[in-house]
Design a protein around this ligand. Structure first.
Ligand SMILES: C[S@@+](CC[C@H](N)C(=O)[O-])C[C@H]1O[C@@H](n2cnc3c(N)ncnc32)[C@H](O)[C@@H]1O
Length: 321
């Protein structure tokens, strides 16, 4: 795979030149397409690729200063993502959610397999309490519940859901949990499994750590906490090269397109403006770990899909004896 040489350390004195090179690539769909194909985009992702080339390059043409600011550290990825959401919003686009989902199916399926592998290794227990943290509608958690019941390891599986944004749209049968409930549960833990898929990079920083660590500290002995996140291959945000920033920008733009396609209602009405985007780095996981009040084993796995790489982080709490 040919990589554009844009190491920040090496090219710092020529910041303008290298950033201009990246921006001119973003403005030209045919060159951007080549870069994406070099970065692992296959025909399978054709629809999202087409949408990105069709909408992001014209957006870049309008917002070159914003992009300059992003690469120089003045503007955040979240700022660009929200400008792009506004840009798409004005065009009243109607994405084809089914095709969009089938484009994303490989990494969703593989991440689900890994989650199931972890859950299938648990020891039998009469009643299992599963918390979907940032679960959206909870349909995935319902699927997990049926699979868990079919293993015969549990007589009862109860679902709990924490998601302040979609609180009113959970599917039936999921117990809604608020922050106040988590505070109470911390005194008398009941959760055995937390699943949080593609949530933390959408959780604003004032909630990201406190709420998740509160949930972890509301877990019973032998709990499994399973986090699925995109990207986060870079140790710290400060160690990113321009190329890493470019990869993150493209990933973020895909994130906007895919979420707008799959969940258009998240971008309208009451939820309008609540889309947040900031990927995690290894330093962020260290921070989460510093807040866990119990001993744990950590297992980490990367599913490599180039810029869409998925991280599966599993904390297995060690029981008190
Ligand atoms: C990309 S979606 C993932 C949904 C679901 N976990 C799934 O796998 O389909 C991100 C989710 O994060 C939720 N979210 C945003 N801020 C949050 C917060 N402060 N606490 C918990 N969830 C949050 C959003 O409402 C949304 O449901």
């Amino acid at each position: 795979m040919e990589r554009v040489a844009i190491n920040e350390e090496v090219v710092k004195p020529e910041f303008g030149a290298s950033v201009n090179k990246i921006i001119s690539m973003l403005l030209t769909p045919s060159i951007l397409e080549k870069w994406l194909i070099n970065h692992g985009f296959t025909a399978q992702r054709e629809y999202t690729l087409e949408l990105l080339l069709q909408h992001f390059s014209p957006f870049c043409q309008k917002h070159q200063l914003l992009l300059q600011g992003y690469f120089s550290g003045l503007n955040t990825l979240n700022g660009i993502a929200n400008q792009f959401i506004n840009y798409l919003g004005y065009r009243h686009l109607d994405f084809d959610a089914e095709t969009m989902f089938s484009n994303a199916v490989d990494y969703v399926r593989d991440a689900e397999k890994e989650i199931e592998k972890i859950l299938n290794q648990r020891t039998a227990q009469n009643k299992l309490n599963v918390l979907g943290f940032g679960l959206g509608d909870g349909l995935y958690e319902e699927k997990i519940k049926s699979k868990l019941l079919s293993t015969g390891l549990y007589n009862e599986v109860n679902l709990y859901g924490y998601d302040p944004i979609t609180l009113d749209s959970f599917t039936k049968g999921i117990n809604k949990i608020t922050k106040a409930d988590l505070e109470i549960m911390k005194q008398d833990p009941i959760i055995d499994v937390i699943i949080t898929r593609w949530v933390l990079h959408h959780t604003s920083l004032d909630h990201r750590w406190n709420d998740l660590t509160l949930a972890i500290n509301a877990c019973r002995s032998k709990a499994d906490i399973i986090i699925v996140e995109e990207s986060s291959l870079v140790p710290t945000s400060a160690s990113r090269t321009y190329e890493n920033k470019l990869e993150e920008l493209i990933l973020g733009i895909f994130d906007v397109i895919v979420n707008m396609g799959l969940h258009p209602h998240w971008f309208q009405g009451e939820n309008e403006g609540s889309f947040f985007l900031k990927y995690l780095y290894q330093e962020d996981f260290k921070f989460i770990e510093s807040k866990i009040s119990r001993l744990y084993h950590k297992h980490k796995q990367t599913l490599d899909y180039s810029i869409h790489s998925q991280q599966i982080i599993h904390y297995a709490l060690i029981p008190f004896y």
